[in-house]
Design a protein around this ligand. Structure first.
Ligand code: MN
Length: 232
């Protein structure tokens, strides 16, 4: 096949203790999945079903080395914020997946950052407009190494945390997720047909806040390593 222009490179993520890479097809994200974060956003966490939004696959910034990766401070914002999240990698396709079967579709897990132009999100919420400019911009999805299920199982609890310049900003436990990984896969698979290569950012705990050029963000999840990002 001849393409009229060169096709875009395949976005991918490193896999822990492997030379293989995980090709990224789509990035789905869950909003407001920790009660304390919903409340800090001014939303009642008790009266909702999961909300989903997307980022483009090439928003991933692989951050699986021991040194920081650079993320440029994005244009069109004065409030660029961090959201540390558990990321689920889908290894098998399906639709209308039952909660009881959902974990069979998981390839592995990673720690990721759902970077957000919060001022644009606040404007969008106020005006009932889409979130794309707030969430789906270039370099908005840093992600650490993927840890296959064969290595780490399915983490249901464990610390999730983020430091900015050495100061703790976010700290919670995965068991505080309102919608668990099976719940998320179940609900999402009724809206979209899931396929191998999909990533799901599962939502952030409370403590989100702004970063500026020169800041270093280090975050982690028990058993899933750390991610280190420097804002340029
Ligand atoms: Mn998020």
């Amino acid at each position: 096949m001849n393409f009229a222009i060169p096709p875009a490179p395949q976005a991918s993520v490193g896999i822990a203790a492997s030379r293989d890479r995980f090709p990224v097809r789509r990035i789905y994200c869950v909003g407001r999945n920790y009660a304390a974060h919903a409340r800090e956003m001014g939303i009642d966490p008790s009266n909702s079903s999961p909300i989903f939004f997307c980022k483009p696959a090439d928003a991933v910034v692989p951050a699986n080395g021991s040194k920081s990766v650079s993320v440029p401070y994005p244009p069109q914002t004065k409030d660029f914020e961090h959201e540390i999240e558990l990321v689920v990698a889908i290894g098998r396709g399906g639709r209308e997946i039952a909660c009881s079967a959902a974990l069979d579709y998981v390839f592995g897990y990673a720690v990721g950052l759902d970077m957000t132009r919060r001022d644009l999100q606040a404007n969008a919420r106020k005006r009932g407009e889409p979130w794309d400019t707030a969430k789906a911009f270039d370099h908005s999805a840093p992600i650490g190494s993927l840890y296959p299920v064969s290595c780490v199982g399915h983490p249901e609890s464990g610390a999730i945390w983020l430091d900015v310049n050495g100061k703790r900003r976010q700290e919670a436990d995965l068991e505080q997720l309102i919608w668990t990984v099976p719940d998320i896969i179940h609900h999402l698979s009724y809206y979209f047909e899931l396929a191998p290569g999909d990533l799901i950012y599962t939502g952030t705990p409370s403590g989100v806040g702004p970063v500026k050029p020169g800041d270093t963000l280090v975050g982690g999840i028990d058993e899933l390593g750390e991610i280190s990002v420097r804002i340029n």
